[in-house]
Write a protein that binds this ligand. Structure first.
Ligand SMILES: [Fe+2]
Length: 272
């Protein structure tokens, strides 16, 4: 089994400040990291799918790095629309991004599994777009080893959720991504962020998920008359588990709430 924890949309602000005047995103990330460290067995890697900071500023990235320091699991990071490529690169010099400049795409091998992380950001804009170099890079990576299952991570979902203000800023060239995925059956999952809500569908013939945030959710507002809003719903992350078997194995995604909950209570009396 291989475990990939996905966290997304951390929106870290400067120390002592609240995001949107309401949300203590630093405390939320600290609780998330404690939960990740508690998992047994621990995941093999944590993938953070963008919007790591909020503004962005160098001070926010410094704060983010201090908050991430207690994490005892290897970490891979890609940007979201609230990030800045240059600041993110400078903050995480150990990340082996495929290109020396522009998009921060990242390929990682975890045993028999490949993780392909895509930078969907458009500098200065809230929506997502995979540039030609990233699409070519993804196609080449997937063409390299037909028998290795691959999971794709990208901040902007290539799908609509029914939340109008978020759907306007999703991945605008989703069709081009779908065309690449459909050429390569070894791609098994597209895992996204950006919407701060757990969402499940299919895309390009495979499973597609959106990861919730450790702090605040985008309100499930299916009526476009209301202003974009956040909700302090229960925080969570995703735990993607890959099990060997068959040609490509199996991928299962768990929604993991963050918090101290009552239990566990055994279902039955257990003789010790
Ligand atoms: Fe975002």
């Amino acid at each position: 089994m291989i475990g990939i924890a996905q966290i997304s949309d951390l929106h870290i602000v400067r120390p002592g400040a609240l995001a949107y005047g309401k949300v203590d995103t630093a405390a939320a990330l600290a609780r998330c990291i404690a939960e990740l460290n508690r998992l047994a067995p621990r995941p093999d890697i944590v993938v953070a799918t963008g919007d790591l900071v909020d503004t962005p500023t160098v001070e926010e990235y410094e704060h983010l790095k201090r908050l991430l320091a207690p994490l005892q699991i290897p970490l891979a990071v890609i940007p979201g629309n609230h990030d800045a490529r240059s600041m993110l690169r400078a903050a995480f010099p150990g990340q082996a991004y495929a290109q020396a400049s522009a998009a921060l795409d990242l390929s990682l091998a975890l045993g028999p599994l490949d993780l392909l992380l895509l930078d969907s950001t458009v500098p200065g804009a809230p929506h997502g777009l995979l540039d030609a170099a990233s699409l070519r890079w993804l196609d080449a990576c997937l063409a390299r080893a037909a028998d290795r299952p691959a999971l794709v991570f990208v901040h902007h979902p290539p799908l609509s959720t029914g939340i109008a203000h978020m759907d306007r800023q999703n991945l605008h060239n989703a069709g081009e991504l779908a065309a690449v995925l459909e050429r390569h059956p070894r791609a098994r999952l597209v895992a996204c962020g950006h919407v701060h809500r757990a969402t499940l569908t299919t895309f390009g013939g495979i499973a597609a998920t959106i990861c919730p945030a450790p702090s605040h959710a985008v309100a499930l507002d299916l009526d476009a008359r209301y202003p974009p809003s956040l909700m302090l719903e229960p925080p969570a992350f995703h735990l993607h588990l890959w099990f060997p078997g068959g040609r490509y194995g199996e991928i299962v995604t768990h929604h993991v709430p963050i918090g101290d909950f009552d239990g566990p209570y055994p279902f039955f009396d257990v003789a010790l």
